[in-house]
Design a protein around this ligand. Sequence first.
Ligand SMILES: [Fe+2]
Ligand SMILES: [Fe+2]
Length: 159
Amino acid sequence: MRINHTGEICAQALYAGQAATARNPEVKDDMQKASDEEIDHLAWCEQRLEELDSRPSLLNPFWYASSYAIGAIAGAAGDGWSLGFLKETENQVEAHLQDHLDQLPPEDARTHAILGQMKIDEAKHADMAEDAGAFDLPAPIKDLMSLTSKVMKVVAYRI
Ligand SMILES: [Fe+2]
Ligand SMILES: [Fe+2]
């Protein structure tokens, strides 16, 4: 759950960074809306962490700052690429959430409900990006994103 919480910090920061450098005002709005919805997800994860007597990652300020910077760079690359980046992020988050849902004990209904709703919302974000004209990112960039999120998961699990 700490990984999910850090993931939502990253998503929120990425999209805020992307909104800051977006060119088209509609794309800026879409990015900002997605970023705001990630804040809801963040609140749900934070609450669940507390209920489980756990704590968020101590490195969250670092995750936020680096994600915001990456988002701003993605935004500066142009709206089509930036939307493509958002879509790919959401696709990878959805796959991770499905993975986590598969591993959850079936009796943990509360976590199931939270992750299930998040997965629905992330799919909507990906569709939004697609409808707004997302470019398909080159495979090496997708691989790099997936590698980065793997590093984040390993570190956030521990610290
Ligand atoms: Fe989210
Ligand atoms: Fe999302």
